[in-house]
Every structure is written in structure tokens, then in C-alpha cells.
Ligand binder design. Structure first.
Ligand code: PHE
Length: 338
């Protein structure tokens, strides 16, 4: 019996050291330790049939042999695995193969448009001012010459947070904040988010405006027209006219809405402009004397103009987008086109 154990141990050690592959090693393991017919398994059974006095010695020898062989199996397994990962049969890495491209993010089309508008006005000498999105009734309405019974305050249009707090319905309150904090000359723009209870193909409850204000001695309507005409040229290229239609905003007098010639048909009339050849892009006017009084400026000395441009409208015209909601749905197929 002792001889058989020693013999099996030598044989196992020789074969394990020579095992050429992980597969061969696994077959060997089964041959030695398999539950049915494994050489060590069978030998263990034979030890149990020996006379009682012969069992302890042979049992100890057999255990030593099993432990040693098991260790050797593990060592050989490690060797073969390492050789597989690094040796000549290791999977080849082609270092010239183009890698997988990381997904690069980009700016949102509205951000791009906003940045473009800001650039255009910064180049004309405007400075950026900002204000809060939750506004007081005073800054959003009252100081802008909208008394408490004015229709623009109707619950239909305004999101009220409290009796005297609203989500700003336009960027015009930034005019008020700037004039309260600074003295003329003032030449500012205020880009930002605004909120109204309104939603269809061209209106969203959250949208963006760029407000403009210029206040100093001697500012007149000609300055307003010149600057806005220049803005249309810088954004859309030359050759598109800007026209003013008389309109009413409580904080300007006179007030106007600005239409530009349709980008799609250049004035001929098409689906984008509803056949008229013109699209409305802004509200504007000369700052109302009462607004100047509200911020402590002397309207006999200081005059100024203000305008508010709809950023979504500009982005839709620039990129021929027919539905404003595409800007907010964050569908990658849409966003990746910019
Ligand atoms: N605040 C106005 C609006 O949101 C636009 C505007 C700005 C009109 C400045 C005149 C002057 O409709």
C-alpha cells in the first residue's frame, strides 16, 4: 500500500508538471480527484479496507500525497494562466487599431444661441447684468409702470409664488435692478430664463430672453433702430430688413414690436412666416419717463431705449426648427445636430 501511494504521487507530479494547457490540467485533475474513478479517490477507499493497525500510517501518507499534489495543481494552473495572458499565444493587441471614441458632450442649441446673441451685443459695448428668476411684484411689474390692475398680471400669464413673488415673466426687471444700483451711462444686456403660463408650438412655459437697455443723455430711437438692425445682420447675415410696428408695453413710450424679414423665404412668404414674409423677434421702445422716475433718474435729462429679444424664436429661425418643444425634450438625435 505504501508503495502504491508513493507511486501515484510520483506519477501525478510528473504529469502535472508536463501538462501543456489548462484543459489538459483540468482533465488531469479529474483523473486524480474525480469523485468517480479518480485515482486518489479510489486509493482512499482502499485505505479504509486495510486492517485497523495499518490504517493510521497509510492514511497519513495518503493525505500528505493529496496535499502536495493539490498544491502542485494550483501552482501549475497559475503558471499556465500567466503564460496565456502574456505568451506568444496571448490575444494580440493591435496598437494601430482606432480606439473607441469617447462621447463628447456639446453645448445645447439654446445656450449656443444665447452665447451668440451676447457676443453680438458685447462687441457693441453692452455689458451683461443678471437678476433673480423669482422676482418681487415690484421689480417685475410695479416699477415697470404696470399698476396692480394691469392685464399683464393676469393669472393666465403669471406664475405666482406668493402674493408679492412671481417667477419673472420677462427679463425687464433686470433693467430696474441695474438702474437702481448704477448711474447712467448704462448699456447692458440681461440674458436669462423667464416663465409664463403659455404652451403651444411656438410657446413654452419656460423660455429665454435677452433684455437690452441703454440709458444716457441724448439717446433716441435712431440708436435703437441702428443697434437692432446691426444685431440682425450679425446674427443672420446681411440683406434682411428689420421693421418696427407700433405696439404697447407699459414701460416704454413709444413702444414697438420688431419683425425681421423671414429667413426661410427672405420676404416672399412661406410656411415659417405664415405667408407674411415677416417674423416677430422682439419688443422694444423708448424707456417710459415714469420708469426713470421710479429708479430716481431725471427723465428730463436722461433718455433711453430698451428691447427684449426672444431667444427661442431666434434659434428656431437660425436652424429652421418648427417646434419649440424640441429644445426641451433633450432627444439626442435632435441635440447632436448642433
Ligand atoms: N419685456 C417685454 C416682453 O417680455 C419685451 C420688451 C422689452 C418690450 C423691453 C419693450 C422693451 O414682452
Amino acid at each position: 500500500m505504501e508503495e502504491r501511494i508513493a507511486e501515484l504521487r510520483r506519477l501525478a507530479e510528473r504529469e502535472i508538471s508536463a501538462a501543456p494547457s489548462l484543459d489538459a490540467l483540468e482533465r488531469l485533475r479529474i483523473k486524480l480527484f474525480g469523485r468517480k474513478g479518480g485515482a486518489f479517490t479510489e486509493l482512499t477507499k482502499s485505505v479504509a479496507t486495510l486492517p485497523v493497525e495499518a490504517r493510521p500510517l497509510n492514511g497519513r501518507l495518503l493525505n500528505e500525497a493529496k496535499n502536495s499534489v493539490t498544491n502542485l495543481l494550483e501552482t501549475r494552473h497559475r503558471e499556465l494562466s500567466r503564460a496565456l495572458a502574456t505568451g506568444p499565444t496571448a490575444p494580440q493587441i493591435d496598437t494601430t487599431f482606432p480606439g473607441r471614441r469617447p462621447h463628447i458632450g456639446r453645448r445645447h442649441p439654446l445656450t449656443l444661441t444665447m452665447d451668440l446673441l451676447c457676443d453680438v451685443f458685447l462687441r457693441m459695448g453692452f455689458q451683461v447684468r443678471q437678476g433673480p428668476e423669482i422676482e418681487t411684484d415690484y421689480h417685475n411689474f410695479e416699477a415697470l409702470n404696470m399698476p396692480p390692475d394691469h392685464p399683464a398680471r393676469d393669472m393666465q400669464d403669471t406664475f405666482y409664488i406668493a402674493d408679492d413673488k412671481v417667477l419673472r415673466t420677462h427679463t425687464s426687471p433686470v433693467q430696474i435692478r441695474t438702474m437702481l444700483a448704477e448711474r447712467p451711462p448704462i448699456q447692458m444686456i440681461a440674458p436669462g430664463r423667464v416663465f409664463r403660463r403659455d404652451s403651444d408650438l411656438s410657446h413654452s412655459p419656460v423660455f429665454h430672453q435677452v433684455e437690452g437697455l441703454m440709458a444716457d443723455r441724448g439717446i433716441h430711437m435712431g440708436h435703437l433702430k441702428g443697434i437692432l438692425q446691426r444685431f440682425v445682420e450679425d446674427v443672420f447675415g446681411t440683406g434682411l430688413a428689420l421693421r418696427f410696428r407700433p405696439s404697447f408695453f407699459p414701460f416704454v413710450e413709444p413702444g414697438a414690436e420688431g419683425d425681421m424679414q423671414c429667413v426661410a423665404c427672405r420676404g416672399a412668404g412661406c410656411g415659417v412666416c405664415g405667408g407674411s414674409g415677416w417674423v416677430e423677434i422682439l419688443g422694444a421702445g423708448m424707456v417710459h419717463p415714469r420708469v426713470f422716475e421710479n429708479v430716481g433718474y431725471d427723465p428730463k435729462k436722461i433718455t433711453g431705449f430698451a428691447f427684449g429679444i426672444g431667444v427661442e424664436r431666434i434659434a428656431m429661425l437660425l436652424h429652421n426648427v418648427g417646434n419649440i418643444r424640441l429644445f426641451y425634450e433633450n432627444d439626442m438625435r435632435f441635440l447632436e445636430q448642433f
